[in-house]
Design a protein around this ligand. Structure first.
Ligand SMILES: *[C@@H]1O[C@H](CO)[C@@H](O)[C@H](O)[C@H]1NC(C)=O
Ligand SMILES: *[C@@H]1O[C@H](CO)[C@@H](O)[C@H](O)[C@H]1NC(C)=O
Ligand SMILES: *[C@@H]1O[C@H](CO)[C@@H](O)[C@H](O)[C@H]1NC(C)=O
Ligand SMILES: *[C@@H]1O[C@H](CO)[C@@H](O)[C@H](O)[C@H]1NC(C)=O
Ligand SMILES: *[C@@H]1O[C@H](CO)[C@@H](O)[C@H](O)[C@H]1NC(C)=O
Ligand SMILES: *[C@@H]1O[C@H](CO)[C@@H](O)[C@H](O)[C@H]1NC(C)=O
Ligand SMILES: *[C@@H]1O[C@H](CO)[C@@H](O)[C@H](O)[C@H]1NC(C)=O
Length: 401
């Protein structure tokens, strides 16, 4: 195949936006570029202003394998010239092209380099497809340890781990983790996702719960609860095992609960924590995975989650992700008293509820403590897996080994 000496400019163009679009609605577009196909090689995330020509610099100049614009972005790329041409030679839109080296244009020509140009417009729609793509990229980013795989990150994305603000380039996303299980739920009303990750078969196991919020189809908030040995009932092997026995298929269309009913089921569970009159819609069967411990394990045939919950605990700061198709609600919250060494300070916690016919079928919890063993000194629930000294460092618990 013939290939072009590609141009290396990028120009953001507003071609796809009607002239009636108010200028204020135009937000900058970003694009993830890698020298290799499928997000391999050198990758970077570049933010380009509208209608500006951007000549790609080394190592991307004439050497682009992956070109993935943000949702809402429209890029014009030029490959028939060394600088931007007004209309470019091709449009590339979200989710982009993962193998530009074998991307053939209408004339049958392969593009072997790209100058990008382009740009974008964020549409207000929050599609399930966009959420699925973004969550899948998040999982890939954690798997490879390259946060640059995540496109559509807002410039000023707010990123926290266990409620602590952190630079996304410093956190757990910088570690490649061998993910044994991932599951996401998608909220097209609130424009948000929740993802559960289990890393069980590695020397340093993790269970991570991540909530992402989108604004104009860009990720504006990422909050992760990153749990490991020493956190509440932590047992990644158990989490993986018990989860593998469960069925989280989409709920058939005629049987879906309303958003309100799904949320109410999750809320009732926590309302009951400080009000014994609240009736929780327990399903039968019902199973709860708590950090990796399994509620049913003492009596599997009972198939119940109703094994006692607190009656004097007021959980704080509930934040929801609700997916009617999966019958699921995830609630992030502050759990006071979880870490006995912290008094009543609320601890970072996520509970995801699977609701079927208005009743709770499954509960998965991820709860982070400040101190190993949650201040129980090995006397209570946290069935500790051994924390290794190399997982710690001077600054705190969340060492990256
Ligand atoms: C990219 O990934 C796809 C799907 O996994 C695969 O079919 C394709 O061969 C890969 N391309 C390259 C160049 O690695
Ligand atoms: C990020 O920037 C947007 C647009 O300028 C602004 O509305 C939003 O409040 C900012 N978010 C944070 C976390 O600073
Ligand atoms: C995430 O889970 C899906 C199946 O639900 C699987 O196809 C995919 O490979 C997983 N991703 C990673 C990085 O493990
Ligand atoms: C973790 O869970 C697995 C599967 O239930 C179990 O075999 C194992 O004993 C548990 N480990 C600890 C430390 O409790
Ligand atoms: C406790 O729950 C019951 C039943 O839902 C409700 O009627 C009552 O108002 C609640 N009490 C408080 C203090 O919220
Ligand atoms: C297990 O639960 C079932 C149903 O509630 C009950 O009938 C049975 O006695 C329980 N078994 C044990 C060993 O507690
Ligand atoms: C755990 O040990 C600390 C220090 O010895 C002590 O102050 C605390 O009361 C103990 N907590 C429990 C729940 O036993």
């Amino acid at each position: 195949m013939k290939s072009f000496a590609a141009a290396a400019t990028a120009l953001l163009s507003l071609a796809s936006i009607s002239t009636a679009t108010p200028v204020e609605k135009r937000t900058p577009g970003g694009v993830t570029i890698c020298t290799g196909a499928n997000f391999s090689g050198d990758c970077s995330y570049q933010v380009v202003s509208f209608n500006q020509c951007n000549i790609l610099q080394a190592p991307y100049f004439k050497s682009v394998g992956t070109f993935a614009p943000d949702a809402g972005a429209l890029c014009r790329i030029t490959y028939t010239a060394d600088s931007c041409t007004l209309h470019g030679d091709a449009f590339v839109q979200y989710p982009g092209v993962t193998d530009l080296y074998s991307y053939t244009d209408v004339n049958g020509n392969t593009i072997n380099a790209a100058c990008m140009l382009l740009a974008a417009t964020a549409s207000a729609d929050c599609s399930r497809a966009m959420l699925v793509e973004s969550a899948s990229r998040y999982v890939s980013a954690q798997s490879s340890g390259q946060s640059t795989i995540m496109t559509s990150l807002a410039n000023n994305v707010s990123y926290t781990e266990n409620d602590k603000p952190l630079n996304i380039r410093r956190g757990v996303l910088t570690q490649p983790l061998k993910i044994d299980h991932n599951r996401s739920i998608y909220d097209t009303t609130a424009c948000a996702t929740f993802t559960e990750l289990i890393v069980a078969k590695s020397p340093h196991p993790y269970v991570i719960g991540t909530r992402m919020l989108f604004t104009n189809n860009q990720i504006s908030t990422i909050e992760s609860i990153v749990t490991q040995a020493g956190d509440w009932a932590f047992n990644a092997t158990g989490y993986l095992y018990w989860d593998s026995l469960e069925k989280w298929n989409p709920i058939p269309e005629g049987k879906r609960d309303s958003r309100a009913a799904i949320k109410a089921a999750g809320d009732a569970y926590f309302d009951r924590f400080d009000n014994v009159s609240v009736v929780v819609p327990w399903g039968t069967p019902c199973a709860r995975i708590e950090g990796g411990a399994y509620t049913g394990s003492r009596n599997l045939t009972a198939n119940t989650c109703n094994l006692g919950v607190p009656s004097d605990t007021k959980v704080t700061n509930r934040r929801y992700v609700i997916d009617e198709e999966m019958g699921a609600v995830d609630i992030f919250l502050g759990f006071p008293g979880l870490d006995r060494s912290q008094g009543e300070k609320p601890m970072p916690d996520s509970h995801v509820f699977r609701v079927e016919g208005g009743k709770i079928r499954y509960i998965h919890t991820v709860s982070s403590c400040v101190n190993v063993g949650c201040g129980l000194n090995g006397t209570g629930i946290p069935s500790l897996m051994q924390e290794k000294p190399e997982w710690r460092h001077a600054g705190g618990r969340w060492a990256r080994s």
